[in-house]
Design a protein around this ligand. Structure first.
Ligand code: SAH
Ligand code: SF4
Length: 354
């Protein structure tokens, strides 16, 4: 029988596992802390667990993240890992340090079935869902690697964004325990406001996330109307903009932040013109009147080009002009900085590289 990977469990799952071994539930808390807070892999290290339990665990369980294919550390402190998911496929994680935070960008699937035109993951097609262990294992591995690398006992990763490969809301059942482990005080203790799920707009799952585990939400919009969004984000044909924006509005009732982030990848001549900005302002206007204050923020993302896309990055002046129009209409808009350019570390752009 294969060993059970303990990274697959949130605390409730681990408690149930301990009970199956004939152990008290509170043992699970100790074990969970050893795994996630201390980064332990060897049950013999777990000095406050009875020897008999350690022996039982050694015979049935393991703590194992995906194997690392490569690791690149950029001059600005950005770190990118490629993890082996088997059959010649890989997923990525990227750590982005900033003055006041450390953000890990995490993958949820090998490949992606949504097939957005501007996304290299989308062009690869769908390979498979990651397990909970493979999702949370990216954080487990990165956090404990970084503590050793930076020679600190303090927490290094303060924020997680589900913006690596894959559509997290198309792998919901495995995502949920991973999110719970990230949030739990005995796990990583991350605040709900600092864990972001990014989605291309799987409407029913946005509703479930609101009920099950409301974390910060980013929605990949990329177009101000259905005709264009149908082309760029094929999932729009199933869940058009009106349904998506309604779901966003309902999510706000549960969200830990009082706004949704709309991501908008700036594509030269495709969605970056002043008329697109004006249409976008009109698109969200009806929602603004219902909510008090800022209910959404726009994040304009410079397109990371790859040859098969046939698309180009908007120039900086066009991006600035677009941002100015949104800001002047009262929509809080930022332009995403590109980080780790020397190691090609923009999310969603890594696994295809040599
Ligand atoms: N599937 C989810 C999360 C992963 S993609 C989603 O689509 O939201 C994370 C972000 O990277 C999304 O906003 C996506 O639109 C953006 N992205 C994908 N390909 C990109 C590219 N080539 N250049 C810039 N951003 C890209
Ligand atoms: Fe999938 Fe997101 Fe890429 Fe679209 S942008 S193909 S949803 S990973």
């Amino acid at each position: 029988m294969d060993a059970v990977n303990l990274l697959d469990f949130d605390l409730d799952g681990l408690a149930a596992f301990c009970e199956r071994l004939g152990e008290k539930r509170f043992r699970a808390t100790q074990l969970f802390r050893w795994i996630h807070q201390r980064g332990a892999t060897d049950f013999d290290e777990m000095s406050d667990l009875a020897k008999s339990l350690r022996a039982k665990l050694a015979g049935t369980a393991e703590i194992r993240a995906l194997p690392v294919i490569s690791e690149h550390i950029s001059a600005d402190g950005t770190v990118k890992w490629l993890f082996d998911v088997g059959d010649g496929n890989a997923v990525e994680s990227v750590f982005i340090p900033e003055d006041d935070r450390g953000t890990l960008c995490v993958s949820s699937q090998a490949g992606c079935a949504v097939g957005c035109r501007f996304c290299s993951t989308g062009h690869q097609g769908f390979t498979r869902n990651l397990s909970t262990a493979e999702i949370v294992g990216q954080l487990w591995f990165a956090e404990h690697f970084l503590r050793r690398h930076l020679k600190t006992d303090e927490r290094v990763i303060s924020n997680v964004v589900m913006m690596g490969m894959g559509e997290p809301l198309q792998n919901y059942d495995r995502l949920l325990p991973a999110l719970r482990t990230m949030l739990h005080d005995h796990g990583y203790g991350l605040s709900r406001r600092r864990v972001t799920v990014s989605t291309s707009g799987v409407v029913p799952m946005i509703e479930r996330l609101a009920r099950d585990c409301p974390v910060a939400l980013a929605v990949s919009l990329h177009a101000p109307n259905d005709a264009l969004r149908d082309q760029l984000v094929p999932l729009n044909r199933k869940y058009p903009l009106a349904e998506l924006l309604d779901a966003c509005e309902r999510y706000l009732e549960h969200a830990p932040r009082d706004f949704i982030t709309f991501e908008y990848c700036m594509l030269d001549g495709v969605n970056d013109q002043p008329e697109h900005a004006r249409e976008l302002i009109e698109l969200v206007r009806p929602y603004r009147s219902k909510a008090s204050g800022v209910w959404c923020k726009f994040n304009l993302i410079p397109f990371n080009p790859f040859p098969a896309s046939g698309l180009h990055r908007s120039d900086a002046a066009t991006v600035q002009a677009f941002a100015r129009l949104l800001n002047e209409a009262g929509l809080v808009t930022t332009v995403r900085k590109t980080r780790g350019d020397d190691i090609d570390a923009a999310c969603g752009q890594l696994a295809n590289q040599d």
